[in-house]
Design a protein around this ligand. Structure first.
Ligand SMILES: NC(=O)C1=CN([C@@H]2O[C@H](COP(=O)(O)OP(=O)(O)OC[C@H]3O[C@@H](n4cnc5c(N)ncnc54)[C@H](OP(=O)(O)O)[C@@H]3O)[C@@H](O)[C@H]2O)C=CC1
Ligand SMILES: N[C@@H](CC=O)C(=O)O
Length: 403
Protein backbone atom coordinates (compact mmCIF):
# COMPACT_ATOMS: atom_id res chain seq x y z
CA UNK A 1 0.00 0.00 0.00
CA UNK A 2 1.17 3.55 -0.78
CA UNK A 3 0.18 6.14 1.82
CA UNK A 4 -0.36 9.67 0.62
CA UNK A 5 -0.73 12.88 2.64
CA UNK A 6 -2.42 15.95 1.18
CA UNK A 7 -1.31 19.38 2.40
CA UNK A 8 -4.09 21.92 1.77
CA UNK A 9 -7.69 20.76 1.28
CA UNK A 10 -8.84 23.59 -0.98
CA UNK A 11 -10.02 23.46 -4.60
CA UNK A 12 -7.19 21.23 -5.85
CA UNK A 13 -6.45 19.24 -2.67
CA UNK A 14 -10.09 18.23 -2.22
CA UNK A 15 -10.23 17.30 -5.92
CA UNK A 16 -7.16 15.08 -5.46
CA UNK A 17 -8.81 13.28 -2.50
CA UNK A 18 -12.01 12.80 -4.48
CA UNK A 19 -10.30 11.44 -7.60
CA UNK A 20 -8.15 9.03 -5.55
CA UNK A 21 -11.30 7.79 -3.81
CA UNK A 22 -13.58 7.64 -6.84
CA UNK A 23 -11.09 5.96 -9.20
CA UNK A 24 -9.44 3.82 -6.49
CA UNK A 25 -9.51 0.53 -8.37
CA UNK A 26 -8.30 1.94 -11.64
CA UNK A 27 -5.56 3.97 -9.92
CA UNK A 28 -4.36 0.94 -7.94
CA UNK A 29 -4.11 -1.04 -11.17
CA UNK A 30 -2.11 1.71 -12.86
CA UNK A 31 0.19 2.13 -9.86
CA UNK A 32 0.42 -1.64 -9.30
CA UNK A 33 -0.22 -0.78 -5.67
CA UNK A 34 -3.13 0.41 -3.54
CA UNK A 35 -3.01 4.18 -3.08
CA UNK A 36 -4.67 5.58 -0.01
CA UNK A 37 -4.92 9.05 1.53
CA UNK A 38 -3.71 8.64 5.10
CA UNK A 39 -3.71 12.29 6.20
CA UNK A 40 -5.01 15.65 5.10
CA UNK A 41 -3.45 18.77 6.58
CA UNK A 42 -5.32 22.05 6.54
CA UNK A 43 -5.63 25.09 8.76
CA UNK A 44 -9.41 24.85 8.48
CA UNK A 45 -11.80 22.22 9.89
CA UNK A 46 -13.85 20.05 7.56
CA UNK A 47 -16.35 18.22 9.82
CA UNK A 48 -18.39 17.00 6.84
CA UNK A 49 -15.49 15.90 4.65
CA UNK A 50 -16.13 12.52 2.99
CA UNK A 51 -13.97 9.38 2.64
CA UNK A 52 -13.06 9.05 6.35
CA UNK A 53 -9.65 10.67 5.90
CA UNK A 54 -7.68 11.72 8.93
CA UNK A 55 -7.49 15.50 9.15
CA UNK A 56 -4.52 16.90 11.05
CA UNK A 57 -3.30 20.38 11.85
CA UNK A 58 0.20 19.41 12.96
CA UNK A 59 2.51 18.90 10.00
CA UNK A 60 5.04 16.94 12.09
CA UNK A 61 2.56 14.01 12.28
CA UNK A 62 2.98 13.60 8.52
CA UNK A 63 6.67 14.41 8.55
CA UNK A 64 7.40 11.79 11.21
CA UNK A 65 5.20 9.01 9.85
CA UNK A 66 7.51 6.66 7.88
CA UNK A 67 4.48 5.09 6.21
CA UNK A 68 3.80 8.31 4.25
CA UNK A 69 5.77 7.98 1.03
CA UNK A 70 4.12 10.60 -1.18
CA UNK A 71 3.04 14.08 -0.10
CA UNK A 72 0.78 16.24 -2.25
CA UNK A 73 1.38 19.96 -1.65
CA UNK A 74 -1.67 21.97 -2.68
CA UNK A 75 -1.40 24.83 -0.19
CA UNK A 76 0.02 27.29 -2.69
CA UNK A 77 2.44 30.19 -2.25
CA UNK A 78 6.01 30.15 -0.99
CA UNK A 79 5.47 30.26 2.78
CA UNK A 80 4.35 27.09 4.53
CA UNK A 81 4.42 25.28 1.17
CA UNK A 82 8.18 25.82 0.84
CA UNK A 83 8.93 24.85 4.43
CA UNK A 84 6.79 21.70 4.29
CA UNK A 85 8.17 20.65 0.90
CA UNK A 86 11.74 20.90 2.15
CA UNK A 87 10.90 19.02 5.34
CA UNK A 88 9.13 16.27 3.35
CA UNK A 89 12.12 15.83 1.04
CA UNK A 90 14.49 15.89 4.02
CA UNK A 91 12.35 13.18 5.62
CA UNK A 92 12.69 11.01 2.49
CA UNK A 93 9.21 11.60 1.07
CA UNK A 94 8.39 12.17 -2.59
CA UNK A 95 6.50 15.40 -3.24
CA UNK A 96 3.89 16.19 -5.89
CA UNK A 97 2.58 19.73 -6.35
CA UNK A 98 0.35 22.02 -8.38
CA UNK A 99 2.10 25.07 -6.90
CA UNK A 100 3.66 26.93 -9.82
CA UNK A 101 4.77 29.86 -7.68
CA UNK A 102 6.94 27.51 -5.64
CA UNK A 103 8.35 25.73 -8.70
CA UNK A 104 9.04 29.03 -10.51
CA UNK A 105 10.88 30.50 -7.52
CA UNK A 106 12.49 27.42 -5.95
CA UNK A 107 12.23 24.67 -8.59
CA UNK A 108 15.99 24.28 -9.07
CA UNK A 109 16.65 24.11 -5.34
CA UNK A 110 13.84 21.61 -4.67
CA UNK A 111 14.75 19.40 -7.63
CA UNK A 112 18.33 19.43 -6.37
CA UNK A 113 17.20 18.38 -2.89
CA UNK A 114 15.11 15.60 -4.40
CA UNK A 115 17.97 14.44 -6.64
CA UNK A 116 20.41 14.23 -3.72
CA UNK A 117 17.99 11.93 -1.91
CA UNK A 118 16.95 9.89 -4.94
CA UNK A 119 13.39 11.17 -4.56
CA UNK A 120 10.91 12.64 -7.00
CA UNK A 121 9.57 16.19 -6.98
CA UNK A 122 6.81 16.24 -9.61
CA UNK A 123 4.67 19.16 -10.81
CA UNK A 124 2.68 18.25 -13.92
CA UNK A 125 -0.27 20.35 -12.68
CA UNK A 126 1.83 23.48 -12.28
CA UNK A 127 1.38 24.51 -15.93
CA UNK A 128 -1.81 24.12 -17.97
CA UNK A 129 -3.91 22.59 -15.17
CA UNK A 130 -4.95 19.19 -16.55
CA UNK A 131 -3.02 19.45 -19.83
CA UNK A 132 -0.09 17.06 -20.14
CA UNK A 133 2.80 19.46 -20.84
CA UNK A 134 5.63 18.87 -18.33
CA UNK A 135 6.14 15.23 -19.33
CA UNK A 136 5.73 15.86 -23.07
CA UNK A 137 8.37 18.61 -23.01
CA UNK A 138 10.79 16.68 -20.79
CA UNK A 139 10.28 13.25 -22.31
CA UNK A 140 8.36 13.09 -25.58
CA UNK A 141 10.13 16.10 -27.14
CA UNK A 142 13.53 15.28 -25.62
CA UNK A 143 15.07 14.63 -29.05
CA UNK A 144 14.43 18.22 -30.15
CA UNK A 145 16.32 21.44 -29.72
CA UNK A 146 13.43 23.61 -28.54
CA UNK A 147 13.63 27.26 -29.53
CA UNK A 148 10.29 28.78 -28.57
CA UNK A 149 7.32 28.11 -26.31
CA UNK A 150 4.28 30.35 -26.04
CA UNK A 151 0.60 30.26 -25.36
CA UNK A 152 -2.43 30.99 -23.25
CA UNK A 153 -1.28 29.95 -19.80
CA UNK A 154 -3.92 31.36 -17.48
CA UNK A 155 -7.45 30.00 -17.37
CA UNK A 156 -8.94 32.83 -15.32
CA UNK A 157 -7.95 35.65 -17.68
CA UNK A 158 -8.91 33.64 -20.76
CA UNK A 159 -12.27 32.97 -19.12
CA UNK A 160 -12.71 36.68 -18.32
CA UNK A 161 -11.80 37.80 -21.86
CA UNK A 162 -14.13 35.19 -23.38
CA UNK A 163 -17.07 36.16 -21.15
CA UNK A 164 -16.55 39.87 -21.82
CA UNK A 165 -16.59 39.29 -25.59
CA UNK A 166 -19.20 36.55 -25.85
CA UNK A 167 -21.66 37.52 -23.10
CA UNK A 168 -20.86 41.21 -22.72
CA UNK A 169 -20.09 40.76 -19.01
CA UNK A 170 -18.15 43.42 -17.17
CA UNK A 171 -14.61 42.59 -16.13
CA UNK A 172 -15.68 42.36 -12.45
CA UNK A 173 -18.65 40.07 -13.14
CA UNK A 174 -16.54 37.77 -15.31
CA UNK A 175 -13.87 37.62 -12.58
CA UNK A 176 -16.51 36.77 -9.97
CA UNK A 177 -17.66 33.85 -12.14
CA UNK A 178 -14.09 32.59 -12.52
CA UNK A 179 -13.59 32.75 -8.76
CA UNK A 180 -16.85 30.88 -8.10
CA UNK A 181 -15.69 28.13 -10.46
CA UNK A 182 -12.41 27.73 -8.52
CA UNK A 183 -10.20 28.93 -11.37
CA UNK A 184 -8.69 32.04 -9.80
CA UNK A 185 -5.73 32.28 -7.45
CA UNK A 186 -6.39 33.12 -3.81
CA UNK A 187 -5.41 36.68 -4.70
CA UNK A 188 -6.76 37.08 -8.26
CA UNK A 189 -4.33 39.93 -8.91
CA UNK A 190 -1.89 37.13 -9.74
CA UNK A 191 -4.14 36.11 -12.62
CA UNK A 192 -5.18 39.56 -13.82
CA UNK A 193 -1.74 41.17 -13.71
CA UNK A 194 -0.08 38.19 -15.41
CA UNK A 195 2.01 36.93 -12.45
CA UNK A 196 0.50 33.46 -12.68
CA UNK A 197 1.27 33.21 -16.41
CA UNK A 198 4.75 34.56 -15.63
CA UNK A 199 5.38 31.70 -13.16
CA UNK A 200 4.24 29.22 -15.77
CA UNK A 201 6.43 30.60 -18.56
CA UNK A 202 9.37 30.40 -16.12
CA UNK A 203 8.70 26.69 -15.63
CA UNK A 204 8.24 26.10 -19.36
CA UNK A 205 11.47 28.00 -20.08
CA UNK A 206 13.45 25.95 -17.58
CA UNK A 207 12.09 22.70 -19.01
CA UNK A 208 12.50 23.73 -22.64
CA UNK A 209 15.87 25.47 -22.49
CA UNK A 210 17.51 23.83 -19.48
CA UNK A 211 18.20 26.70 -17.03
CA UNK A 212 16.13 28.16 -14.22
CA UNK A 213 14.36 31.40 -15.14
CA UNK A 214 13.07 33.50 -12.24
CA UNK A 215 9.82 35.49 -12.36
CA UNK A 216 11.80 38.72 -11.80
CA UNK A 217 13.53 38.09 -15.16
CA UNK A 218 10.24 38.04 -17.08
CA UNK A 219 8.62 41.35 -18.10
CA UNK A 220 4.99 40.91 -17.14
CA UNK A 221 1.86 42.77 -18.14
CA UNK A 222 -1.70 41.57 -17.46
CA UNK A 223 -5.13 42.34 -18.87
CA UNK A 224 -6.27 45.05 -16.46
CA UNK A 225 -5.72 47.83 -19.02
CA UNK A 226 -7.63 46.07 -21.83
CA UNK A 227 -10.86 47.91 -22.64
CA UNK A 228 -13.97 46.83 -24.54
CA UNK A 229 -12.94 49.40 -27.14
CA UNK A 230 -9.69 47.51 -27.78
CA UNK A 231 -11.68 44.28 -28.01
CA UNK A 232 -13.96 45.97 -30.59
CA UNK A 233 -11.09 47.27 -32.73
CA UNK A 234 -9.43 43.84 -32.57
CA UNK A 235 -12.67 42.24 -33.78
CA UNK A 236 -12.86 44.67 -36.69
CA UNK A 237 -9.37 43.49 -37.69
CA UNK A 238 -10.51 39.85 -37.38
CA UNK A 239 -8.47 39.32 -34.25
CA UNK A 240 -9.03 38.45 -30.59
CA UNK A 241 -7.14 39.68 -27.55
CA UNK A 242 -5.43 36.93 -25.55
CA UNK A 243 -2.95 37.02 -22.67
CA UNK A 244 0.13 35.10 -23.81
CA UNK A 245 3.32 33.97 -22.13
CA UNK A 246 6.23 33.58 -24.52
CA UNK A 247 9.82 32.40 -24.18
CA UNK A 248 12.40 32.29 -26.95
CA UNK A 249 15.89 30.84 -27.05
CA UNK A 250 18.07 33.27 -29.02
CA UNK A 251 20.95 32.16 -31.27
CA UNK A 252 23.48 32.98 -28.50
CA UNK A 253 21.63 30.59 -26.17
CA UNK A 254 20.12 33.30 -23.96
CA UNK A 255 16.48 33.12 -23.00
CA UNK A 256 14.05 35.98 -23.49
CA UNK A 257 10.62 35.65 -21.89
CA UNK A 258 7.64 37.89 -21.28
CA UNK A 259 3.90 37.89 -20.54
CA UNK A 260 1.62 40.36 -22.30
CA UNK A 261 -1.74 40.64 -24.06
CA UNK A 262 -1.60 40.03 -27.82
CA UNK A 263 -3.99 40.37 -30.74
CA UNK A 264 -4.14 36.90 -32.30
CA UNK A 265 -5.68 36.31 -35.77
CA UNK A 266 -9.14 34.74 -35.97
CA UNK A 267 -8.90 31.18 -37.16
CA UNK A 268 -5.45 30.65 -35.65
CA UNK A 269 -5.11 27.77 -33.21
CA UNK A 270 -4.80 30.10 -30.20
CA UNK A 271 -7.77 32.28 -31.15
CA UNK A 272 -10.05 29.28 -30.73
CA UNK A 273 -8.82 28.62 -27.19
CA UNK A 274 -11.73 29.98 -25.14
CA UNK A 275 -13.10 29.98 -21.58
CA UNK A 276 -10.89 28.25 -19.04
CA UNK A 277 -8.95 26.37 -21.72
CA UNK A 278 -5.22 26.88 -22.24
CA UNK A 279 -3.27 26.34 -25.45
CA UNK A 280 0.52 25.96 -25.46
CA UNK A 281 2.65 25.87 -28.61
CA UNK A 282 6.16 24.38 -28.48
CA UNK A 283 8.56 24.73 -31.41
CA UNK A 284 11.21 22.07 -31.90
CA UNK A 285 13.83 21.63 -34.62
CA UNK A 286 12.68 18.11 -35.49
CA UNK A 287 8.95 18.19 -34.76
CA UNK A 288 8.16 21.75 -35.89
CA UNK A 289 5.17 23.21 -34.02
CA UNK A 290 3.21 21.12 -31.55
CA UNK A 291 0.24 22.43 -29.58
CA UNK A 292 -1.17 21.26 -26.25
CA UNK A 293 -4.76 22.12 -25.43
CA UNK A 294 -7.16 21.49 -22.56
CA UNK A 295 -8.62 22.80 -19.33
CA UNK A 296 -6.06 25.05 -17.70
CA UNK A 297 -7.65 25.33 -14.25
CA UNK A 298 -10.37 23.90 -12.04
CA UNK A 299 -10.73 21.26 -9.36
CA UNK A 300 -10.86 18.02 -11.34
CA UNK A 301 -8.73 18.88 -14.37
CA UNK A 302 -5.94 19.94 -12.02
CA UNK A 303 -6.49 16.93 -9.75
CA UNK A 304 -6.18 14.72 -12.85
CA UNK A 305 -2.60 15.90 -13.36
CA UNK A 306 -1.72 15.76 -9.65
CA UNK A 307 -2.98 12.20 -9.24
CA UNK A 308 -1.10 11.10 -12.36
CA UNK A 309 2.07 12.36 -10.65
CA UNK A 310 1.13 10.47 -7.48
CA UNK A 311 0.83 7.28 -9.55
CA UNK A 312 4.14 8.02 -11.24
CA UNK A 313 5.84 8.64 -7.90
CA UNK A 314 4.38 5.42 -6.50
CA UNK A 315 5.74 3.47 -9.47
CA UNK A 316 9.20 5.01 -9.23
CA UNK A 317 10.27 4.90 -5.61
CA UNK A 318 14.04 5.15 -5.62
CA UNK A 319 14.08 5.77 -9.37
CA UNK A 320 14.54 9.41 -10.24
CA UNK A 321 12.39 10.84 -13.00
CA UNK A 322 13.71 12.93 -15.87
CA UNK A 323 12.94 16.40 -14.40
CA UNK A 324 15.98 18.62 -13.93
CA UNK A 325 17.57 21.85 -15.07
CA UNK A 326 20.59 24.03 -14.41
CA UNK A 327 20.68 26.92 -11.92
CA UNK A 328 19.52 30.36 -13.03
CA UNK A 329 21.42 33.63 -13.02
CA UNK A 330 21.52 37.07 -14.56
CA UNK A 331 23.47 35.78 -17.58
CA UNK A 332 20.73 33.25 -18.48
CA UNK A 333 18.19 35.76 -19.80
CA UNK A 334 18.06 38.92 -21.91
CA UNK A 335 15.47 41.69 -21.85
CA UNK A 336 12.44 40.77 -23.95
CA UNK A 337 12.22 44.39 -25.12
CA UNK A 338 14.53 43.33 -27.98
CA UNK A 339 12.00 40.87 -29.48
CA UNK A 340 10.23 42.31 -32.54
CA UNK A 341 6.44 41.98 -33.08
CA UNK A 342 3.75 43.93 -34.88
CA UNK A 343 1.79 46.33 -32.63
CA UNK A 344 -1.80 47.49 -32.24
CA UNK A 345 -1.98 51.18 -31.34
CA UNK A 346 -5.03 53.18 -30.26
CA UNK A 347 -4.47 56.92 -30.13
CA UNK A 348 -6.03 60.33 -30.34
CA UNK A 349 -4.47 61.29 -33.65
CA UNK A 350 -5.06 61.50 -37.38
CA UNK A 351 -4.15 58.75 -39.81
CA UNK A 352 -1.55 61.06 -41.30
CA UNK A 353 0.12 61.70 -37.94
CA UNK A 354 0.14 57.96 -37.25
CA UNK A 355 1.69 57.23 -40.64
CA UNK A 356 4.37 59.87 -40.07
CA UNK A 357 5.30 58.28 -36.75
CA UNK A 358 4.99 54.56 -37.50
CA UNK A 359 5.46 54.24 -41.27
CA UNK A 360 3.24 51.71 -42.99
CA UNK A 361 0.08 51.09 -40.94
CA UNK A 362 -3.14 49.06 -41.30
CA UNK A 363 -6.16 51.00 -40.05
CA UNK A 364 -8.84 49.33 -37.88
CA UNK A 365 -12.42 50.62 -37.69
CA UNK A 366 -14.88 50.75 -34.85
CA UNK A 367 -18.45 52.02 -35.39
CA UNK A 368 -18.54 53.65 -31.96
CA UNK A 369 -15.09 55.22 -31.98
CA UNK A 370 -15.13 58.71 -30.45
CA UNK A 371 -14.18 61.61 -32.70
CA UNK A 372 -10.44 61.96 -33.06
CA UNK A 373 -9.63 58.39 -31.99
CA UNK A 374 -7.96 55.94 -34.37
CA UNK A 375 -6.58 52.43 -34.09
CA UNK A 376 -4.10 50.71 -36.38
CA UNK A 377 -1.56 47.92 -36.70
CA UNK A 378 2.11 48.66 -37.32
CA UNK A 379 4.92 46.72 -38.98
CA UNK A 380 7.38 44.86 -36.70
CA UNK A 381 9.20 46.82 -34.02
CA UNK A 382 10.75 45.78 -30.76
CA UNK A 383 9.41 47.32 -27.54
CA UNK A 384 12.24 49.84 -27.28
CA UNK A 385 11.65 51.04 -30.85
CA UNK A 386 7.87 51.26 -30.53
CA UNK A 387 8.18 53.35 -27.36
CA UNK A 388 10.34 55.90 -29.12
CA UNK A 389 7.77 56.38 -31.88
CA UNK A 390 4.59 58.42 -31.69
CA UNK A 391 5.79 60.35 -28.65
CA UNK A 392 3.98 63.41 -30.00
CA UNK A 393 0.65 61.48 -30.19
CA UNK A 394 -1.79 60.82 -27.37
CA UNK A 395 -1.37 57.03 -27.27
CA UNK A 396 -4.19 55.28 -25.39
CA UNK A 397 -3.23 51.62 -25.88
CA UNK A 398 -0.28 49.65 -27.21
CA UNK A 399 -0.69 45.86 -27.55
CA UNK A 400 1.49 43.26 -29.31
CA UNK A 401 0.16 41.43 -32.36
CA UNK A 402 0.90 37.76 -32.96
CA UNK A 403 1.35 36.69 -36.58
N1 LIG B 1 -7.46 26.26 -8.55
C1 LIG B 1 -6.92 25.85 -9.70
O1 LIG B 1 -7.60 25.67 -10.72
C2 LIG B 1 -5.47 25.56 -9.77
C3 LIG B 1 -4.60 25.83 -8.74
N2 LIG B 1 -3.28 25.55 -8.85
C4 LIG B 1 -2.37 25.79 -7.74
O2 LIG B 1 -2.64 24.81 -6.73
C5 LIG B 1 -2.39 25.37 -5.44
C6 LIG B 1 -3.66 25.26 -4.61
O3 LIG B 1 -4.68 25.99 -5.25
P1 LIG B 1 -6.19 25.95 -4.74
O4 LIG B 1 -6.57 24.59 -4.35
O5 LIG B 1 -6.97 26.66 -5.77
O6 LIG B 1 -6.07 26.87 -3.45
P2 LIG B 1 -7.05 26.94 -2.19
O7 LIG B 1 -6.83 28.26 -1.55
O8 LIG B 1 -8.43 26.57 -2.62
O9 LIG B 1 -6.51 25.76 -1.26
C7 LIG B 1 -5.42 25.88 -0.37
C8 LIG B 1 -5.82 25.27 0.96
O10 LIG B 1 -4.68 25.23 1.82
C9 LIG B 1 -5.05 25.79 3.07
N3 LIG B 1 -3.87 26.30 3.76
C10 LIG B 1 -3.35 27.55 3.72
N4 LIG B 1 -2.25 27.63 4.51
C11 LIG B 1 -2.09 26.40 5.04
C12 LIG B 1 -1.14 25.85 5.96
N5 LIG B 1 -0.13 26.57 6.45
N6 LIG B 1 -1.27 24.56 6.32
C13 LIG B 1 -2.30 23.82 5.83
N7 LIG B 1 -3.23 24.28 4.97
C14 LIG B 1 -3.11 25.57 4.58
C15 LIG B 1 -6.04 26.86 2.71
O11 LIG B 1 -6.79 27.29 3.84
P3 LIG B 1 -7.29 28.85 3.82
O12 LIG B 1 -8.23 28.96 2.66
O13 LIG B 1 -7.96 29.01 5.14
O14 LIG B 1 -6.07 29.68 3.65
C16 LIG B 1 -6.88 26.12 1.68
O15 LIG B 1 -7.84 25.28 2.28
C17 LIG B 1 -1.94 26.82 -5.69
O16 LIG B 1 -0.54 26.83 -5.77
C18 LIG B 1 -2.53 27.13 -7.07
O17 LIG B 1 -1.80 28.12 -7.74
C19 LIG B 1 -2.76 24.97 -9.97
C20 LIG B 1 -3.54 24.67 -11.03
C21 LIG B 1 -4.96 24.98 -11.04
N1 LIG C 1 -5.41 30.64 -11.49
C1 LIG C 1 -4.84 29.71 -12.42
C2 LIG C 1 -5.10 28.32 -11.95
C3 LIG C 1 -4.37 27.31 -12.70
O1 LIG C 1 -3.15 27.32 -12.82
C4 LIG C 1 -5.48 29.91 -13.78
O2 LIG C 1 -6.52 30.57 -13.84
O3 LIG C 1 -4.92 29.45 -14.78
Amino acid sequence: MVNVAILGYGVVGSGVAEVIHKNANHISEKAANEITVKYVLDVRDFPDAPFGMRFVKDFSIIENDPEVQVVVETIGGTGAALEFTKRCLAAGKNVVTSNKELVAEYGYELLHMARERNLNYLFEASVGGGIPIIRPISQCLAANELNEVYGILNGTTNYILTRMVRAGLTFQDALREAQAKGYAEKDPTADIEGYDACRKICILSALSFGSHVYPRQVATEGISKITLRDVGYAESGKRKIKLLGRAVRLPDGKISAYVAPHLVPDGSSLSNVEDVFNGIVVKGDAIGDVMFYGRGAGKFPTASAVVADVIDAAKHFKARKYLDWLPGGDDVTVDSAILPTRWYIRANATQEQAGNSFGEIEMLRSPDAPAGEIAFLTAEFNKREIETRGTDLDILARIRVLG
